[in-house]
Design a protein around this ligand. Structure first.
Ligand SMILES: Cc1cc2nc3c(=O)[nH]c(=O)nc-3n(C[C@H](O)[C@H](O)[C@H](O)COP(=O)(O)OP(=O)(O)OC[C@H]3O[C@@H](n4cnc5c(N)ncnc54)[C@H](O)[C@@H]3O)c2cc1C
Length: 260
């Protein structure tokens, strides 16, 4: 298996006005991880603007220690929305935000385009990790966090009480997500980014006194603000919340993302 493997687009679906789902199929013998769950992360290499195939060989040469005096092809962090056929096919959902290599690629994506999928580890990586004694969960996301939140909700065990707060750009971006959990949904129609309504929404809710778990995935400043609120107002210890900056308003690319 190479560090960066090719995957071919087999279907493109406009799920809602701001979200495009792309079904990808592994090219060659490799498969995506079998142990994946929830908000498992996938790092993706994209074609240069106007092109249809990502340059996977660049990343494999670089990983092999070759010194490359060439511009790094674009790559970004995404979430594995669903995995099919034992990892031979998978879905990724792209927010269309009008700018950026990944977003503009998704808008022109067609079957036959080839992306690069990074396989840098032997196991998949998910951020959502509630302690075993968590009696409730708070899940907060903007549009970029929605694919992960949706899969987390779909995989919930029977009856787990969850408060889900999601900010999307338009009313038509709201989704119906199947679940065995007991999910109380709040959909906010808002601009996101620097103007995100998520911090105010979280400040406005009461959390149970019993042990729980909070997961937050949205623009970095909003995630930071919610994290501070959970720590200061609710004295939530570090193993009881995870607030991840999925993108930073005004910044391009992947630097510093996915950290908390
Ligand atoms: C672990 C992880 C998982 C993620 N999963 C997903 C996912 O499943 N789906 C998804 O769509 N995104 C996801 N993201 C976010 C995605 O990586 C970023 O939005 C990324 O910047 C998009 O790349 P781009 O090339 O479109 O824009 P960039 O070239 O990175 O940015 C161009 C401009 O657009 C702005 N921008 C970037 N994203 C947005 C946005 N969503 N809304 C408005 N402005 C934006 C930037 O601030 C910048 O000014 C995830 C991020 C992380 C860290």
């Amino acid at each position: 298996m190479e560090f960066c493997e090719p995957a071919e687009v087999v279907a493109v679906t406009r799920v809602t006005p701001s979200m495009i789902r792309v079904r990808l199929r592994a090219l060659g013998e490799w498969t995506w991880y079998a142990d994946g769950r929830g908000d498992e992360r996938v790092d993706i290499a994209f074609p240069w603007p106007g092109e249809t195939r990502a340059d996977v060989t660049y990343f494999n040469r670089e990983h092999a220690g070759e010194s490359l005096n060439e511009p790094t092809p674009p790559w970004r962090h995404y979430t594995m929305r669903a995995v099919h056929d034992r990892g031979r096919e998978f879905d990724v959902e792209f927010v269309v935000h009008g700018d950026g290599v990944a977003s503009t690629w998704a808008e022109r994506a067609e079957p036959g385009h080839v992306l690069g999928i990074f396989l840098g580890s032997t196991v998949s990586h998910a951020y959502h990790s509630p302690p075993n004694d968590a009696q409730w969960q708070l899940l907060v996301a903007d549009a970029t966090g929605l694919p992960g939140l949706a899969r987390i909700v779909e995989e919930l065990p029977e009856g787990v009480p969850v408060q889900a707060i999601v900010e999307v750009p338009t009313a038509a971006d709201r989704r119906v997500i199947e679940t065995r959990g007991d999910v109380d949904w709040t959909w906010i129609i808002g601009p996101g980014g620097r103007e995100s309504a998520l911090p105010t929404a979280v400040e406005g809710i009461a959390l149970p006194e019993t042990p729980g778990y909070a997961w937050v995935a949205c623009e970095s400043a909003a995630a930071r603000s919610i994290r501070t609120h959970l720590r200061r107002r609710h004295s939530q210890p570090r193993d009881r919340h995870r607030a991840i900056g999925f993108w930073t308003a005004g910044k391009i690319g992947h630097d510093g993302r996915g950290t908390d």
